[in-house]
Design a protein around this ligand. Structure first.
Ligand SMILES: NC(=O)C1=CN([C@@H]2O[C@H](COP(=O)(O)OP(=O)(O)OC[C@H]3O[C@@H](n4cnc5c(N)ncnc54)[C@H](O)[C@@H]3O)[C@@H](O)[C@H]2O)C=CC1
Ligand SMILES: O=C(O)C(=O)Cc1ccc(O)cc1
Length: 303
């Protein structure tokens, strides 16, 4: 058993998947959950993703040796302020937020001395949200990036790493600013591009909605899946990972203009060279055994 009592704050996709996995594999003694709505709390107990629920977060953290903040990034500070006074020394606090620097700045000031803060981010999810969308295999073979400060107790870090490993993840450590830049490239900017592309299709009066749905090829279908992701969660990601996302979007628009120019001027060599280079990147991912499409539990694509 890795922890005696784990408190999950916010009972959605990620908390639900963690709770189901921890319960299924007996990784922890007890899982206590809390959510603002009574309906979510009732669903969480009915689904067995936690043993019991509390109405407020302060009550959930009492006696917990691990507290996991599973709310949207923009809600982390309020939750930390609420639980801070109720945390006992020796407790580990972690989070699962998609952005790391802003969460550290929002949460750390509210934690009393003696509490170990180990920020983390499982690179696993779907476009679905809420407690019913959780499933215990979500983290299987996916990375979990931890961004603890240099001063953080190594035992607290390795114990949390053990939990993520036991839930199926591969664990790595990263500097928080570097994490935010990497995720801006690999996740945040791509989500924004998907949102934009689906918005463009929706605005294009000469193509009807039914044509968009009926004739969606695989590429656009993936965009619509991603663009169906939770609006609150993604609003918070862009507001809190502002600098890195803007940096990547700036580079993206420069490249887009270059490709646009090549199309306008009929520069086939430029287009061919560009697509040859990008194909090599995809092949590199597959050869490195990093093709994260592989473990598809039939939920990630919605197909
Ligand atoms: N959905 C995904 O694919 C992934 C999400 N994440 C991160 O995990 C965190 C949770 O995401 P999900 O589980 O997908 O979200 P979700 O929407 O499924 O669940 C979020 C939970 O937080 C609660 N909540 C929202 N605002 C709150 C507030 N102000 N105070 C208290 N509770 C509040 C909601 O009621 C819900 O119970 C986010 O920070 C997100 O960035 C990380 C990896 C993947
Ligand atoms: O559903 C998808 O394609 C995702 O990209 C899931 C996801 C969303 C947010 C994260 O911070 C990590 C993973």
């Amino acid at each position: 058993m890795i922890y005696e009592r784990v408190a999950l704050i916010g009972l959605g996709l990620i908390a639900g998947s963690m709770g189901l996995r921890m319960k299924r594999d007996g990784l922890v003694g007890e899982v206590v959950g809390t959510a603002r709505s009574a309906e979510t709390r009732d669903v969480a107990v009915a689904l067995g993703l936690c043993d019991r629920v509390t109405e407020d977060a302060a009550a959930a953290v009492a006696g917990a040796d691990l507290v996991v903040l599973c709310v949207p990034v923009g809600a982390m500070e309020d939750v930390a302020a609420e639980i801070g006074p109720h945390l006992a020394p020796g407790t580990t606090v972690t989070d699962v937020g998609s952005v790391k620097r802003a969460v550290i700045e929002a949460v750390a000031p509210h934690l009393p001395a003696g509490v170990h803060f180990v920020p983390a981010h499982p690179l696993a999810g779907t476009e679905h949200s809420g407690p019913r969308s959780g499933f215990p295999e979500l983290f299987e073979r996916r990375w979990c990036l931890m961004t603890p400060g240099a001063e953080t107790d190594p035992d607290a870090v390795s114990r949390l790493s053990d939990l993520w490993t036991a839930m199926g993840s591969r664990v790595d450590r990263m500097d928080p600013d570097h994490h935010d830049l990497v995720l801006a490239v690999t996740s945040h900017a791509p989500h924004l591009i998907a949102y934009t592309m689906v918005g463009v299709a929706d605005d294009l009066g000469r193509v009807t909605d039914s044509e968009v749905i009926e004739y969606s090829a695989a590429g656009f279908r993936d965009f619509t899946r991603i663009a169906a992701s939770d609006p609150v969660m993604w609003r918070d990601v862009f507001l809190t990972n502002k600098d890195a996302t803007l940096e990547i979007l700036g580079r993206f628009t420069e490249e887009l203009f270059a490709l646009q120019r090549a199309i306008r001027t009929g520069d086939g060599a430029m287009l061919h060279d560009y697509f040859t280079r990008t194909r090599a990147i995809r092949r590199g991912i597959i050869e490195a055994g990093q093709d994260i499409d592989a473990p598809d539990f039939g939920r990630s694509t919605g197909r």
